[in-house]
Design a binder for this molecule. Sequence first.
Ligand code: 5AD
Ligand code: SF4
Length: 468
Amino acid sequence: MRLGARSLCPPGAAAGRPGEPGYAVAVRRYHVTTFGCQMNAHDSERIKGLLEELGLGEAAAPDEADVLVFNTCTIREKPDQRLAAHLAQAKALKDRDRERVIAVGGCYAEAQRERIFERYPFVDVAFGPGSIAHLRDWLGAGGLGVARGRFGTAEERRFAAALPLRRERPFQAWVQVSMGCNSVCSYCIVPAVRGRETSRPPGEIVAEVKRHARDGVREVTLLGQNVNSYGRDLAPTIRTGFAELLRACDAVEGIERIRFTSPHPKDFRPDVIDAMAECRAVCEHAHLPLQSGSTRILKRMRRTYGREGYVRLAAKLRDAVPDLALTTDVIAGFPGETEADFQETLEVVEEVGFDGAFTFVYSPRAGTEAAAMPDQVPEDVKRERIERLIDLVQRVAARRNDARVGRVEEVLVEGASRTDPSLLRGRTRRNTTVNFSGDAPPGALVPVLVEAATSTTLRGTQTVLAPV
Ligand code: 5AD
Ligand code: SF4
């Protein structure tokens, strides 16, 4: 049921006529489209929680929704283009029903600020990653009022952790440990859109983990742009490092698995490696972004480690944590990258033996240092390099996964397999997806014998019936 237009405005927003600033509309159902990283996926859980607290229900599809939210990413050009296509569809929906509200949040919105209203005049409200709470004011109680053309500014950046949460899975949870990033990677737009690093007080984080555990969560993923610089900005009275935080989360009863993403190689200290090795719940997996295997390029990227340092760190991690899975991010075609530099990247991929990698074509982002570098790599060279990189990554990962065949791995069941509904799907502690035959319900931890492997998944059979 639609409520029809009603004036229920947030304080300060004047009621007006349709199309005028401050016009108030009635809204009942929402749809959130999420782009980008896990941090954004988690922010979307907060956006949904907040909209539900306002009395809105979730719509199955955008065309059934009164409030359309796009939680955007701007890390590369591709998500920008995908957003443009989505917004074109949203505009068509709004043309059919003027009462629809279109809200754009996240990193692209923060990068564009008020320009978003010029570029997309049909967008009603926009907010950055730190100002989700403003949706509450803009949409008003019951989701009935909306003040148009407002932007949540960076000065108001706040942790979304205090907001209500609509978790996607009852047994898994993301927990934000910090926001923002103090690194100055020359290719990256994130520091500009998410601001300087701010750590959440450790007590709050552990309390949230405990709450999740009481609610039946078995796996938590600690999220931050650079998790292992966590805590450096905290007041001396509560100063806690990432290693201590891992240990505190490990002590929470009921939490069987702890993951974290992403660490920066430059800040991966021995105490964190020790905590990984010693904490029962911390999973045998590290996502350790390499970006390039060439020390020369790493310097231009301002990563503050070189090829040798990275390889040494990977070896240290593998020594300390037997059976560790290592995944990474790699960029092909950074400005000034020569064929010899790229060869070094291929060598490191082979030498470290990654279990998986996200591979990216370098994409210049306006305002970043690298975008202004004169020696940009031609598009066709970037394309050709990424193809070779993907090919190698797949071969190496297939080899690593093949080595799991014949082993029994602990799997956290997520549900039915996406490709074959007669099978179940879950993840190993090493974060590999497994499709397997078995009887376990979602959320169960079961042993699975690995029988086959591809570069990205394992296939197997549950060896023990699920506990009843
Ligand atoms: N171009 C290509 N890839 C990028 N990444 C970040 N910025 C860019 C860019 N401008 C990649 C990095 C990072 C991942 C999240 O996205 O590899 O680790
Ligand atoms: Fe995540 Fe970066 Fe994209 Fe923002 S720009 S959503 S931080 S990947």
